[in-house]
Design a protein around this ligand. Structure first.
Ligand SMILES: [Zn+2]
Length: 211
């Protein structure tokens, strides 16, 4: 037991050493009064209250199902979606090499996961085309760093889960949705990536799920 504990501690220290520095590049999407109005409408319809900003209680991890940060940025840039509602988007985007882009204010409500946008910061990772579990080690380390940064900044954050864990994450008590039957099936960002995050991040203050 002593040996295994030491090995775990060594691993943790190695991870912390690698994640000691965090660089974030601001690359905001289009943000006008129109987006804020669309956010209010979305929040009213799905959560029953008009709100533009959130008190973060969870971090939700995704993959983009696209090949490049550039294409995802272009996709998120517009304020409205094809059906005239709030466009999808997330606060953060992590490129294949681990570069972290901040696309919106950390406490702005972004549309990235049904049921939790009112309280969750989203991290999109470039990859996962055709549901291939291909996120990189650089992305894993960047996500660990970014989540530690967010946890330190917002002590209200106690939950981290992947988009595909949206149902098991209802255990958090954070799920809210007023539109009956509004849901989608997701596989991102894959169990291997979430296992890596759970190994590095699970502690007495953060809840993650094993599968
Ligand atoms: Zn997703």
């Amino acid at each position: 037991m002593g040996i295994s504990y030491a090995a775990q501690a060594a691993e943790k220290t190695a991870i912390e050493a690698k994640t000691g520095q965090l660089a974030i590049q601001d690359r905001p999407v289009l943000w006008t009064a129109k987006r804020e109005q669309l956010i209010r409408e979305y929040a009213k319809k799905h959560y029953g209250r008009e709100m533009v900003t959130i008190v973060p209680q969870a971090v939700v991890v995704h993959w983009t199902a696209s090949h490049s940060a550039e294409s995802t940025y272009k996709w998120f840039y517009k304020e409205d979606y094809a059906d005239g509602t709030l466009n999808v988007g997330s606060q953060f985007l992590v490129d294949r090499d681990g570069t972290i882009y901040r696309l919106a204010s950390e406490t702005a409500l972004c549309r990235h996961i049904i049921g939790y946008n009112w309280c969750a910061i989203g991290i999109e990772n470039v990859g996962g085309v055709n549901n291939a579990e291909d996120l990189t080690e650089e992305q894993l380390l960047a996500n660990i760093k970014l989540i530690r940064y967010l946890q330190a900044k917002y002590p209200t954050i106690h939950h981290v889960f992947g988009h595909y864990q949206q149902d098991i994450a209802r255990k958090s008590g954070l799920y809210r949705e007023k539109v009956a039957g509004y849901r989608s099936i997701k596989q991102d960002p894959g169990p291997a990536f979430m296992k890596g995050l759970a190994m590095a991040l699970a502690d007495e203050k953060l809840v993650l799920y094993g599968e």
